[in-house]
Design a protein around this ligand. Structure first.
Ligand code: NAG
Ligand code: NAG
Ligand code: NAG
Length: 403
């Protein structure tokens, strides 16, 4: 009975190890060698299971270089990173410590039968992505309208893919009708760069081996100042407080100032207050006249200057009659109708008002058009936001048309 079992076991051994005409007492492999994938620097362990080793010995070899690494429990190679362990006679493990990329390749577990019998396994050494400093772009400063290419040189095994994104999210506007959330590839080219491209970008390198890495590259777009004014004509009466506003776009950040109708530059004092609110390349220049005086009727100028140019805008103040106390209730009702709520009349009335403004002398006699400065500034802000949105959309459309 026992004899039969042994015979069966050996026939099985023949099949499993695929050894040609083995002697009945030959060893055989318990299971195929597994392929290994390790991150560079980690330890790789191949395990070879040999049944019925008997008097034979297990050796580990590196196939590519035909070198013997270990024989039985002895390390033959001078490579200090190689070790061999065994558990009884059956399980033999090759340890490759602190793996390097050069360790990638085929390894063989060999038994010195004649002919020899062996099993091979592949060691894959993967390397997390890295971004090379030197060939990768640093922060860039370009003129609006020029072409720009940002580069990101990534290494790693397998070869990483590079993705470009805006750090703040949002889309990247490409030349034609293209607006994308991200761009793949080691280079990001922008044809005819605009101020809308300004900001920090991330190039992200990933290859499935953690950690993913990224580099931040800031694109700075230089352009000369531009000034936009919503209300170029402002009616005011003596003693009234008014706020004048100019919208500027410029980069680098411009020097801004206001001038009086006498062409003198305005400095902050009891009657004039100048402030500029800057957000990125946009700024709002605001001049508050606490109490309009006779010398204020005329053209105020807001001006912006940077290294690329200079520009200014004019706002004309014209005289209107101060509201009398008896007329006040009337005027108030007008204000309500004009400025509160979102009635469709609003635009119509605003349009009418502009028509009226173009005839200065008549307005002087028509105090009906009076509205309080508070109402005016509410309207102003409202109108400004709408128009600035419209301008942005127009600008984008224009960009696409001309690129
Ligand atoms: C090991 O990888 C090779 C190709 O690299 C493949 O042919 C072989 O089947 C793999 N062995 C195992 C046990 O997965
Ligand atoms: C930018 O690139 C476009 C398309 O490749 C080309 O036609 C244009 O001349 C380039 N402009 C500059 C300033 O190099
Ligand atoms: C202010 O300067 C403009 C030209 O910049 C000139 O036409 C105007 O007469 C000047 N006004 C005064 C009061 O000097």
């Amino acid at each position: 009975m026992l004899g039969l079992a042994i015979i069966l076991a050996f026939s099985f051994a023949r099949c499993a190890s695929a050894i040609k005409d083995p002697a009945p007492d030959w060893p055989w492999f318990g299971e195929p060698l597994n392929n290994l994938t390790v991150s560079v620097g980690r330890e790789a362990i191949f395990t070879c299971i040999v049944e019925n080793l008997g008097p034979y010995k297990v050796a580990w070899l590196r196939v590519d270089t035909q070198t013997i690494l270990t024989i039985a429990s002895h390390v033959i190679t001078k490579n200090h990173r190689i070790a061999v362990t065994h558990s009884g006679h059956r399980t033999w493990s090759l340890h490759i410590k602190d793996t390097r990329e050069t360790d990638r390749g085929w390894y063989m577990c060999q038994v010195n039968t004649d002919p020899m019998s062996s099993n091979t396994g592949f060691l894959e050494v993967v390397v997390p992505p890295d971004i090379l400093d030197d060939p990768t772009s640093t922060d860039m400063v370009v003129r609006e309208g020029s072409n720009v290419t940002l580069r990101c040189a990534a290494t790693g095994t397998p070869e990483p893919t590079v993705t470009w994104r805006r750090e703040a999210g949002g889309t990247i506007i490409l030349s034609s009708w293209h607006e994308v959330a991200s761009i793949e590839g080691p280079e990001m080219e922008i044809i005819r760069v605009t101020r809308l491209h300004m900001g920090p970008y991330l190039c992200i390198a990933s290859n499935g081996v953690p950690p993913t890495v990224s580099k931040r590259i800031v694109l700075v777009v230089h352009f000369p100042p531009m000034i936009r004014i919503e209300n170029q004509l402002v009616g005011a009466y003596e003693g009234q407080t008014i706020v004048l506003e100019c919208h500027g776009e410029a980069y680098p950040k411009p020097i801004t100032y206001w001038t009086k109708p006498t062409n003198d530059t305005i400095v902050n004092d009891n009657n004039y207050r100048v402030e500029t609110v800057t957000m990125g390349y946009k700024s709002i220049m605001r001049l508050t006249v606490n109490s309009v005086r006779a010398q204020d009727f005329g053209a105020f100028k807001c001006a912006a200057t940077n290294s690329l140019g200079e520009t200014d805008g004019k706002i004309k103040i014209y005289r209107i009659t101060a509201p009398s106390t008896t007329r006040r209730p009337n005027a108030r009702r007008d204000s309500k109708k004009l400025w509160k709520g979102d009635s469709p009349h609003e635009k119509e009335i605003a349009g009418k008002e502009e028509d009226a403004i173009s005839v200065d002398e008549e307005i002087d006699e028509e105090p009906i058009n009076f509205h309080s400065s508070t109402a005016s500034s509410i309207f102003h802000r409202h109108f400004t936001n709408l128009e600035s949105l419209a301008m942005t959309i127009l600008f984008r459309v224009a960009l696409r048309l001309f690129s």
